[in-house]
Write a protein that binds this ligand. Structure first.
Ligand SMILES: *Cc1c(COP(=O)(O)O)cnc(C)c1O
Length: 383
């Protein structure tokens, strides 16, 4: 753990393992059949890992395209020097057209109002607006309904200001690729694409597989896969873990900013939800709170790692700080901490590990949300 890279101004940070990110990206590249492309999903600041930094590493490892959730995220990539094609995974407001065209960011398209307005602006600006057409095949979130694709294309294809660079759909149940729901989405998508091609409509790059579909069903790659969570070393579901080992990219670390030995019966933190028992307890403060992605609902429920061992978080988690306790018991004598000692909130310390999955289980959510949360405010360190 090179301390020279730690942020100078705060004893808490997110550590990004660039080697792990590279190896995970390579693993997804290796899943691809010949000539097929990898679109790396870097929305929400690369699931909290830092979009520009990650995109550069992914590009160097063979990423062909990047996908984001908002136009601003696309602009951020362009301003960070990313030259690859960028796709926004939904249809932005019409007012975003100038920015899209100026930065050459492709929108997803599924309303003719948007498509035609986008084309008009492109003609006025003397360029052609590329887009990807989203197809609704069952998730009921976005896209042109699979039954309406030909009609949609007839409505917009006359326009010389737009060009279809790709067509895609998104799976709701890719963690169960043998299931009826997934198979139905596959069929609807395949048939909609075939119908458009038969009718002479350009489809460009055809894509549908997210991380779980990419790992569990190699038959739906079409021209490109869209991988997100797996690139960051997190498994999208239980089934995928044995298929392809991935290396977690993010760790969350902090240093002890202060220690105290309160007397038995004294409380800790807002509301005194922890009181010191009849034991020697050293309460250590670390500068990570709920505004950093450590949810307050985990107060008194989560562990952190200290010198390769688990210790309990105590008292209510505050906005910017929380407390952990080193408690001496007859069964376990522990060295006490000093200001500056390392605490691991997610990641490895010696033989001990706290995974994103553990934290997700504890929170009643998925690893995606845990990673995004830690990306909100903590400074990122690339090792
Ligand atoms: C987020 C997203 C992805 C990536 O999903 P992962 O499960 O992280 O691989 C792919 N496609 C669309 C449309 C998405 O919204």
């Amino acid at each position: 753990m090179p301390s020279s890279k730690e942020p100078a101004t705060r004893w808490a940070w997110v550590e990004i393992d660039q080697g792990a990110l590279r190896r995970n990206t390579r693993a997804f590249k290796n899943l691809l059949g010949y000539g097929k492309r990898l679109c790396c999903v870097v929305k929400a600041d690369a699931y909290g890992h830092g979009a520009v930094q990650c995109a550069k590493i992914m590009h160097a490892t063979g990423a062909d395209m990047f996908a984001v959730a908002t136009v601003s995220e696309g602009v951020q990539l362009r301003e960070g020097g990313i030259k690859s094609p960028i796709l926004v995974l939904n249809e932005p407001p019409i007012d975003a057209c100038d920015t899209l065209l100026e930065y050459q960011i492709m929108p997803s398209v599924y309303s003719s109002e948007f498509a035609l307005a986008y084309g008009e602006r492109a003609v006025e600006m003397g360029c052609v607006g590329k887009y990807h057409m989203a197809i609704e095949t069952g998730m009921n979130r976005i896209g042109v309904r699979f039954t309406d694709v030909l009609e949609f294309r007839r409505e917009i294809d006359f326009h010389r200001g737009i060009e279809c660079d790709g067509v895609f759909t998104h799976f709701a149940t890719a963690d169960d690729p043998d299931g009826w729901d997934y198979r139905l989405q596959c069929t609807r998508f395949s048939e909609a694409v075939a119908a458009m091609k038969d009718a002479g409509f350009e489809c460009g790059i055809v894509h549908c597989s997210n991380t779980p579909a990419s790992m569990l069903d190699h038959s739906m790659q079409f021209d490109m896969i869209r991988a997100g969570i797996g690139l960051y070393g997190l498994q999208p579901c239980e089934k995928s873990a044995p298929i392809m080992p991935l290396e977690p990219v993010m760790s969350v670390r902090a240093r002890v900013t202060r220690t105290i030995h309160p007397a038995m019966g004294e409380g800790v933190g807002y509301g005194f939800t922890f009181r010191v028992p009849r034991a020697r307890v050293q309460v250590c403060t670390i500068p990570v709170g709920y505004a950093d992605g450590l949810p307050r609902t985990l107060s008194n429920k989560m562990d952190v790692l200290y010198r390769g061992q688990r210790i309990r978080q105590v008292g209510n988690i505050c906005m910017d700080q929380c407390m952990v306790a080193i408690q001496q018991t007859p069964a376990r004598q522990m060295p006490e901490a000093e200001v500056g000692d390392l605490i691991t909130i997610v990641g490895k310390d010696g033989d001990a590990v706290i995974s994103m999955d553990e934290m997700a289980r504890l929170r009643g959510t998925i690893n995606y949300e845990v990673a995004c949360g830690f990306g909100m405010r903590l400074e990122k360190v690339y090792i």
